[in-house]
Design a protein around this ligand. Sequence first.
Ligand code: AHR
Length: 492
Amino acid sequence: MTKKVIVNADVGKGTINKNIYGHFAEHLGRCIYEGFWVGEDSDIPNTNGIRNDVVEALRNLNIPVLRWPGGCFADEYHWKDGIGPRENRKRMVNTHWGGVIENNHFGTHEFYMLCDMLDTEPYINGNVGSGTVQEMSEWVEYMTFNGESPMANWRKENGKEEPWKLKYFGVGNENWGCGGNMRPQYYADLYRRFQTYVRDYGDNKIFRIAGGANVDDYNWTEVLMREAAPFMDGLSLHYYVHPGGFWNKGPATGFSEEVWDITMQKTVYTEELIEKHSTIMDKYDPEKRIAIIFDEWGAWYDVEPGTNPGFLYQQNTIRDALVAGISLNIFNEHNDRVQMANIAQTINVIQSMILTDKEKMILTPTYHVFEMYKAHQDAERLDLNIESDSIKVGDKEIPQVSASASKAADGSVTITLCNLDKAKTADLAVDLRGKDLANVSGRIITADEMDAHNTFENPDNVKPVAFDDFQTSGSELTLTLPSKSVLSITIK
Ligand code: AHR
């Protein structure tokens, strides 16, 4: 039966912060090295050591913000090892990720250069787990102090006369786990202390992000908010979809129909997490001044057979396109509290945009969803009501269709729709109120197989195509959403 989607084009629900479309790049596996950074002497075309092909592809996504250097790596990273002449930089062991040598050739200067090339805002994550207050404080001074100071002078000696701008700074990462195995009360006190020395120099105003909860650790949020709310601008939240659980994640391809459904259900669960953490935050911050910074999310599976287990390299299929589309719709719909999200991770790690093999590069289905959704960035969210059939997953029920709508500054409306069902189509009547249904276009990404994906041999197997299979009548647009699809409709 046809289900109704009502979009009120004249009822705005606040801006969708473009940072919801943010990304994350850690010193992990082949994300930084080989992914972004190949070095100036590489045969792979590069600009000052950074791959030209990935920069070109990522610029097309309008990446608003990039988080670096970790992740768990952040709490082992000592920034002073990554500045000055590259040949003199300290070599260390990346103990957390594969035990490989980290030569520190990609450091603060290289990260800012990358952000310039991508035209993106840097989000730097500092080290609380194994670092000191002084080290963190000096990093901020090195990057942002204008004038004479020991760190500013050092920066100038290293070739950067003017300070950089630094907007987003994370004070530790997963301090309940790899960032020090702390209890919330202890971390809350450390957070208060460390952030004191994250100084605002000149007109550089830092948005301070406290390390938040793992998944449904509501006690962590409660304690952090109770003890440290006045000292933070954002509180992070991490949630990964592991179909078989953390210890038995399951493969990225070649999975069963049951696993497809579980993946969808675990993705939809993101909404419950946001709502429950936000409700706790409301108690201490009813004005919603403090943002949820969802700075790690994505579908995390077993590594590809034969690859380094510490490198977290996995394929990316139409299932991941759905994970991305549903998650982004949920973030949009919670734009009152969610002000940033950073999918893990940009290249060659977990749910990537891009996979590389030496000089070759492919775009994943997840990349295409980010591209199809980019009109939502900084647009006004529109009031949306949806009727949907349900899908039964074990003893749970999830909606078959996920949706979000927004209006851009030029008045054009974007509606994004996902059909979570692996086999059934969804008949929809989209009633767009308050805007003429003239000039409608659509793009869809879908596939016949549940694990359809792109390979270096067949890079365009899964990609968006034009969709015009809809009828319009008055304010209503009727269409059939194919199974396992993500659709973006634009009404100019
Ligand atoms: O993204 C991979 C890892 O997942 C990050 O380093 C860590 O923060 C999380 O546990």
